[in-house]
Design a protein around this ligand. Structure first.
Ligand SMILES: O=P(O)(O)OC[C@H]1O[C@H](O[C@H]2O[C@H](CO)[C@@H](O)[C@H](O)[C@H]2O)[C@H](O)[C@@H](O)[C@@H]1O
Length: 249
C-alpha cells in the first residue's frame, strides 16, 4: 500500500490492455443522491469506441446493480459486473448472480424503519442488497455505521463501506473476483488488466489487476492505496480515454 506520489498512467498503458472501469466517481461525477448523477452524452459513444479499439476487452465493474447501471449506460456489447463483483454479465449475455439470502427482507425492513426517522438519510434498494446514504447528513455517519453493523450481524450479511454510504449485501465476491473472472475469458486472457476506480471497493480490483501483470489507477486525492497510478478526477479519466480513442483512430 502506498500513499506517496503516484504518476498519471501513460497512454501507452492501454495498448493491448484489458480495461476495467468503475462507474460512480470514475466515469461520472458524484452527486448528492444515487439517481442525481449527470451522465455525459459523450460517455456511451466513448465506451463503444474504446471497446472497438480494445477488441472487446472492456468491462464496467460497479457497486451498482447491473440493471441500475444499464439505465445509464446503454451498451449491451460491453461486459459488466455489478453489486461489487456479485453480478456478472458477458457482452450481450444474461446477468449471472447468486440467490438473494431470505434474511435480506427483514434487514431491508429494519433499514427502512431507521431511515424513516433519520433526517437526510436515504435508502437505496439495490439488486443484491440495500444501502444507507448519509451524504446529506454527514453527522449521522457513526450512527449509520453502528446500526448497519448490528443489522448485518443479525442477518449474516456483509457490510460494504463506500463514499458517504454503507451497504449490506450477501457475502461472496468482490471487485477483484470480477476482474479475475473476466480475465479467464478467451478475449481477455492474455491481456494486461488495468483497473480505474475511486472508491474503497476498488482496492480489491487494484490488487487483482497487479497480480495479473497490470495494475490499478486511483481516481481522486492521494490516499493509502494498492494503485500504481493516479488521476486527479473524472475529467482526467475522460481525457485519457478520449486521447487513446483519438490516437488509435
Ligand atoms: O462502484 P461504483 O460504480 O463507484 O459505485 C459505488 C456506489 O456508487 C453510488 O454511490 C455513490 O455515488 C452516489 C451518486 O454520485 C453518491 O450520492 C454516493 O454518496 C456515493 O457513495 C451508488 O449509489 C451505490 O449503489 C454504489 O455502490
Amino acid at each position: 500500500m502506498s500513499s506517496s506520489y503516484l504518476p498519471p498512467p501513460p497512454l501507452s498503458l492501454l495498448e493491448g490492455a484489458a480495461l476495467f472501469l468503475d462507474f460512480d466517481g470514475t466515469l461520472v461525477e458524484l452527486a448528492d443522491t444515487p439517481d442525481a448523477i449527470t451522465v455525459p452524452e459523450t460517455l456511451g459513444p466513448l465506451l463503444g469506441q474504446l471497446s472497438e479499439r480494445l477488441d472487446g476487452r472492456l468491462a464496467l465493474v460497479s457497486g451498482r446493480g447491473i440493471s441500475d447501471l444499464e439505465k445509464y449506460v446503454n451498451c449491451a456489447s460491453i461486459a459488466m459486473s455489478g453489486s461489487h463483483g456479485l453480478e456478472l454479465r458477458a457482452p450481450g449475455g444474461e446477468i449471472v448472480a447468486p440467490p438473494l439470502p431470505p434474511a435480506l427482507i427483514d434487514a431491508v425492513k429494519a433499514i427502512q424503519d431507521f431511515a424513516a426517522v433519520a433526517e437526510g438519510i436515504i435508502v437505496e434498494n439495490k439488486s443484491m442488497g440495500v444501502a444507507l446514504h448519509y451524504r446529506k447528513a454527514p453527522d449521522m455517519e457513526a450512527n449509520v455505521l453502528s446500526f448497519m453493523r448490528g443489522v448485518a450481524e443479525k442477518a449474516g450479511l456483509a457490510v460494504q463501506h463506500g463514499k458517504m454510504m454503507t451497504e449490506l449485501r450477501p457475502h461472496g465476491a468482490d471487485k477483484g473476483d470480477a476482474v479475475r473472472a473476466f480475465m479467464t475469458e478467451p478475449k481477455f486472457m492474455s491481456a494486461r488488466p488495468i483497473f480505474v476506480g475511486d472508491d474503497l471497493t476498488d482496492e480489491a480490483a487494484f490488487v487483482a489487476a497487479a497480480a495479473l501483470g497490470g495494475g490499478g489507477a486511483l481516481v481522486g486525492p492521494p490516499r493509502e492505496t494498492a494503485a500504481l497510478w493516479r488521476f486527479d478526477g473524472v475529467a482526467a479519466v475522460a481525457r485519457w480515454l478520449t486521447d487513446f480513442v483519438e490516437e488509435t483512430a
